[in-house]
Design a protein around this ligand. Structure first.
Ligand code: ZN
Length: 509
């Protein structure tokens, strides 16, 4: 059966035919894009013909760096966003403990220590008081640090004798005893244990979560941190048709988010953390003095070996790197790896790259490595004044250098809706109205490319999605107005009216 969508303003995001007025869909794929007459040829006796009344049609949005599983499971956990004091957090954890089945960990999320009256992070003892009878983990909103209770530390084998891992730190009191606060890689083991049991219930929440994504116009995403155990849950969810959109997986190690994936890890993309998240690796020169800060997870030769090994085995590699020193380490190692495995070019990317320098931009362009950036952070967190000699989110400079750039939300670290990121990339304006480096703004069409076709390219999926091109999947959205017609400041007010995945309308359901 063929479905015809007619009387539409189609923005294909395919340069060979940028605009059209109709589409024909057959077997979940696009059969034709063009004028009404051109697609009429695909009409048969059972064809559905849908008149879109002149509305705009675009390819579905693609989010190549998202944390779908974590976001979906959050409904089970204590939401500590907006908490103003430690007793308030304790109360939310205790409430969550009452509805947590026996044997499961209590998990809290989203606290911000700067917003707490006590002006400090909670400690293991604060958590022990709230949840005395089982392990508890409270995650910071950054997802890159968290507080473990005494039972949680014991379960992960963290004692005063435990050494800090490369890329992490166990906070300690004056006597050397762990306070419960774990930075970056020191949190890996506790974090993965805290959700193991909850992951059994992924299928229960996956359907509703994926429908919420579809309501934002998302049709393909990549989960940027999937452990081998979580990959089995994804397989189960697909078998039970619980995912309403396409979900790709980026593999991390079996011991958690920040751990290197083993060679045996399934999946085609490996995720490697090069530096921290909240404490990314920076190199800044002030008053003639060079200072470095933050965590680096690998030395150069070790990282080059891992990248080269994965590329030689035919895998794709994503390097998380945020600070300019983190990006420098990634660029050094990727350069070394590509010299050994030239065929790996095009299969390695850098995600985040928030702090860059002119020199780094030149080197990234030279290596042909694409960047996956998060403009929504600019909106959510606010504008930043970069340290001297460093550029923050220099989208325009990156594009001018010929580097491919794709956008992502990093949800739940950033807002899920791609329109938030597109709006921020075009206006450089935060939620509170601050404007960050306005020279680095992109045009609407460029921001749409970064959220569709370029996002498909960084995942190697450009033959399947990212533009409305015959042969690709019929993943598309209907918008309330044409993005190029509305003032940039109103991009946030656009509504996704319909979302189609593989030729079927999934939103509204
Ligand atoms: Zn992420």
């Amino acid at each position: 059966m063929t479905t015809l969508l007619v009387n539409a303003r189609v923005l294909t995001m395919d340069d060979r035919r940028p605009r059209a007025e109709a589409l024909a869909i057959r077997d979940g794929r696009i059969a034709a894009v063009g004028s009404r007459e051109e697609v009429e040829r695909y009409r048969d006796r059972e064809s559905d013909v849908i008149d879109l009344g002149g509305k705009s049609v675009l390819p579905g949005f693609i989010d190549p760096h998202n944390h779908f599983a974590i976001g979906a499971l959050e409904s089970f956990w204590a939401d500590c966003r907006g908490a103003r004091s430690i007793p308030e957090i304790q109360q939310r954890l205790a409430e969550a403990a009452r509805r947590t089945p026996d044997g499961e960990w209590v998990r809290g999320l989203g606290y911000d220590h700067h917003a707490l009256a006590e002006r400090r992070h909670p400690t293991r003892h604060d958590l022990d008081e709230a949840v005395p009878d089982r392990p508890a983990l409270l995650l910071h909103y950054s997802h890159h640090q968290g507080v473990a209770s005494s039972r949680a530390l014991a379960a992960a084998g963290i004692t005063r004798a435990t050494r800090d891992p490369a890329g992490g730190e166990i906070a300690r009191d004056r006597t050397g005893e762990p306070t419960g606060l774990l930075f970056e890689r020191a949190m890996s083991g506790v974090e993965s244990r805290s959700r193991e049991g909850w992951e059994d219930r992924f299928v229960e929440v996956a359907r509703r979560a994926s429908l919420a994504y579809a309501a934002h116009g998302l049709t393909t995403i990549e989960d940027a941190a999937v452990t081998p155990a979580m990959a089995r849950r994804y397989a189960e969810a697909r078998e039970r048709h619980a995912l309403a959109i396409h979900v790709e997986e980026m593999m991390v190690g079996s011991d958690g988010w920040f751990e290197r994936p083993g060679d045996a890890a399934p999946g085609r993309t490996l995720k490697l953390f090069v530096d921290g998240g909240y404490r990314c690796a920076m190199r800044v020169t002030r008053d003639g003095q060079e200072r470095t800060s933050g965590f680096l997870f690998y030395d150069r030769s070790e990282l080059a070996d891992v990248v080269a090994g994965a590329l030689a085995a035919g895998r794709r590699v994503t390097c998380h790197a945020i600070g300019n020193l983190g990006v420098e380490r990634a660029v050094d190692a990727i350069g070394d790896a590509l010299a050994r495995v030239p065929g790996g070019r095009g299969r390695v990317r850098i995600d985040h790259a928030i702090f860059l320098t002119g020199e780094l931009v030149r080197r990234i362009a030279g290596l042909g490595v694409p960047l996956v950036e998060q403009p929504s952070f600019l909106y959510d967190v606010g504008g930043m004044r970069p340290p001297p000699g460093v550029d923050v989110r220099p989208f325009r400079t990156v594009r001018r250098a010929g580097i491919r750039q794709a956008f992502s939300s990093d949800f739940p670290c950033g807002s899920l809706s791609p329109l938030v990121g597109i709006h921020a990339a075009v206006t450089r304006r935060s939620r509170s109205g601050e404007v960050e480096s306005p020279d680095e703004a992109l045009g609407v069409h460029e921001a749409l490319e970064a959220s569709t076709i370029e996002a498909a390219r960084v995942m190697g999926l450009e033959d399947d999605c990212g533009s409305l091109t015959p042969g690709k999947r019929a993943d598309l959205i209907v918008l309330s107005a044409h993005p190029g017609d509305v003032p940039a400041t109103e991009l946030l007010d656009l509504n996704v009216l319909q979302t189609w995945v593989s030729g079927l309308r999934v939103y509204p359901a």
